[in-house]
Design a protein around this ligand. Structure first.
Ligand code: SF4
Ligand code: SF4
Length: 173
């Protein structure tokens, strides 16, 4: 089989955090924005704050060019900070990783590779955010404590020789 590598979008270190986007009620609706707005209705800050910082979309993926089947690896993009699980140079990432893609609302529903825990995917599928999501918990570390980020279980692609040796089958992908 032949494979090709794919990398995917992430959000910046210091991007709008939970408090920046957990805004006040709108028009008498006291629900948080992610429950009362569609992805397309969100402000840029709200959209960015949906990212839980798991880092899983920055793992290299392999795709079978014949069947289209995807496989995740534990080899992360060279720009991913393996501790914070955030992009180390988000603003200038295309200088280093030209194929990094900016995630926009219109793309979410058709991206089969978005992890099952990804907030963008969950909301697009009309599912609630989990308790460990920083917007819900109010704590950016909760995603790591829940064991759903790449912290402690990914390596840099710089250290990976053959990506096919790094395929993983984590339950939360
Ligand atoms: S450049 Fe790499 S680490 Fe940064 S957002 Fe893109 S895939 Fe993630
Ligand atoms: S998978 Fe989703 S929630 Fe996790 S880092 Fe990527 S965009 Fe953010």
């Amino acid at each position: 089989m032949r494979f090709r590598r794919r990398k995917h979008p992430r959000h910046p270190v210091g991007a709008a955090g939970p408090s920046a986007a957990a805004d006040a009620a709108d028009g008498g609706d006291s629900r948080p924005f992610w429950e009362r707005k569609t992805l397309r209705q969100m402000t840029d800050a709200e959209w960015e704050s949906l990212c839980d910082g798991c880092g899983k979309c920055c793992l290299n993926k392999l795709q079978d060019e014949d069947t289209g089947a995807l496989a995740f690896t534990n080899a992360a993009c060279l720009l991913l900070d393996l501790d914070s699980c955030r992009c180390a140079d988000y603003a200038n990432r295309w200088d280093h990783v030209p194929d990094c893609v900016k995630l926009v609302p219109g793309m979410v529903a058709r991206l089969a590779w978005l992890p099952s825990t990804c907030a963008y995917r969950l909301l697009a599928e009309n599912q609630p955010l989990p308790d460990w999501h920083p917007l819900v918990s109010g704590d950016a570390e909760s995603v790591h404590r829940a064991g759903v980020s790449v912290r402690g279980r990914a390596i840099s692609e710089r250290e990976a020789d053959d990506l096919e040796d790094h395929v993983v089958d984590w339950e939360d992908l």
